[in-house]
Design a protein around this ligand. Structure first.
Ligand code: GLV
Ligand code: MN
Ligand code: MN
Length: 458
């Protein structure tokens, strides 16, 4: 596959590719995704892991609920004739063979886990969209030269262990056995123990690693999780850059004491110090020199958390996101430095731990160019945009060229129960995904020198 990730070679091959793409028995623009079917799949998955109140979803990574959701979708894909495998970290990979023996696969997928009290669409849209796309191939009798692999990644959300994209990091070879023992959730359960509890053997995780030669491209449909598409009335976003994130756990230790008996000038209040850190993080991110960076303290545990006791200890997390990898790390260093300075001033002890670090990624321009062509052919307005959230695609892109297609998020909301995207918006995304998979099948076949005409009805 020489030249596959070389934009100029790909640009030169693009015209040939569109000829190959047209060889598909049912032209992309004539194939329509079914919004009713999409809505029904979204509703069925939303029945797994609902919150008791508030209408949100807590389908947390590496739990039985996540496995139940994978099993449900596996059943749908099996019914479409796909063969199903679950790898050692819990990624589900469903395959429909291609017509050219030994050809690398085109992968399509996303994740089914959610953050605590999250929504019904983040990740789910990419999985449901991949299933609907698979149905379009099957029901229209359209074969591909490359195998189609629908991938449901395990543990994309970093909310439980701090580390995001665990399933995709395992396939990319970025996860060691040591990491599995060291990563702990808020109750002190290691990822290794969490895996054992749902029937996996953490020692086998290295077997999940993908061979790059077995993958041609990876595509992910996802909700935007911001409001640019909605505000600009644009139905499709094509992602150029995905933000990275550096995550820290901080523990401030002061002195717990009586809230009535202790004068203000002799206190060592860990929460007052933490409040200053929260504001320091906000002001760093709002500094115009750091435009585009985002810093968030999203979790804060106060001890003893009592009305009448001065907080003696506070543990919290800081999530630093940026599309600039140097600045992302510099800001993480800077917030730790500021934390130490202000804690020293208050006589508070500081411990910090780096819990996750994922680099920002520029996705391959050639996939985006092909995606633009698809949107133009389908007459769909699109815009090229960055992703503020992290995604499995940014991780697998290290070993297989990846592309991302966004659909609008109502009011830009995400990671909350109010997250919402209409089924018809998802259906439009699926039509782009279907046409793009077809187009890449043709483009890559021509680059790989595959037999013309080897695409035929299944
Ligand atoms: C994934 O949703 C993330 O936190 O970026
Ligand atoms: Mn997601
Ligand atoms: Mn998410």
């Amino acid at each position: 596959m020489a030249g596959r990730s070389n934009p100029s070679a790909d640009a030169a091959a693009a015209d040939k590719a569109s000829t190959a793409g047209e060889a598909a028995p049912v032209a992309a623009g004539q194939v329509h995704a079914d919004a009713t079917r999409i809505g029904a799949m979204l509703a069925e998955i939303a029945r797994i892991g609902p919150d008791a109140t508030g209408g949100g979803i807590s389908r947390i990574s590496f739990t039985k609920d996540e496995r139940t959701a994978h099993d449900l979708v596996s059943g749908w894909l099996k019914a479409l004739g796909f063969t199903i495998k679950v790898d050692a970290i819990g990624n589900t990979i469903a395959e429909r063979p291609g017509t050219v023996p030994g050809a690398p696969a085109i992968g399509v997928g996303s994740h089914l886990d959610s953050v605590p009290h999250g929504g019904r669409f983040d990740g789910i849209v990419g999985v449901v969209g991949a299933v609907e796309m698979a149905r379009l191939f099957v029901e229209n009798g359209v074969a591909t030269r490359h195998p189609l692999r629908i991938v449901i990644f395990a543990g994309e959300e970093g909310a439980r262990f701090g580390e995001p994209c665990v399933g995709s990091k395992a396939v990319a070879g970025n996860l060691g056995n040591r990491d599995l023992a060291l990563m702990k959730d808020a109750s002190g359960i290691s990822l290794a123990d969490a895996l054992r509890a749902i029937g996996f053997d953490p020692r086998t995780v290295p077997t999940a690693r993908w061979k790059p030669s077995e993958w041609a491209a990876f595509l992910e449909l996802h909700i935007e999780q911001a409001r640019v598409l909605e505000m600009t009335e644009t139905p499709i976003g094509l992602v150029d850059t995905v933000s990275g994130s550096t995550r820290l756990r901080v523990e401030l230790t002061g002195r717990a004491d009586h809230s009535g008996g202790t004068p203000m000038d002799v206190r060592a209040d860990a929460l007052a110090a933490a409040a200053e850190v929260v504001l320091a993080a906000e002001s760093l991110a709002k500094d115009s020199r750091n435009r585009g960076a985002r810093l968030t303290v999203g979790r804060l545990d106060v001890h003893p958390n009592s009305i009448t006791t001065i907080p003696g200890r506070v543990r919290f997390t800081i999530d630093v996101r940026d599309v600039d990898s140097d600045r992302q790390r510099q800001l993480a260093v800077e917030i730790v430095r500021r934390t130490r300075v202000l804690a020293d001033r208050r006589g508070i002890g500081v411990e910090t731990e780096l819990i996750a670090d994922t680099s920002p990624v520029v996705l391959p321009i050639w996939i985006r160019e092909q995606s633009s062509k698809v949107c133009e052919e389908l007459g769909i307005k699109y815009r090229v945009m960055t992703s503020g959230a992290g995604h499995d695609s940014q991780v697998v892109n290290a070993i297989v060229p990846a592309g991302m297609v966004f659909v609008p998020s109502k009011d830009g909301l995400s990671h909350v129960p109010g997250e919402w995207t209409s089924a018809s918006d998802v259906a439009r995304g699926v039509e782009v995904l279907y046409a793009l998979a077809n187009r890449l099948d043709g483009l890559l076949a021509s680059l790989e020198g595959m037999e013309a005409g080897s695409s035929s009805a299944a």
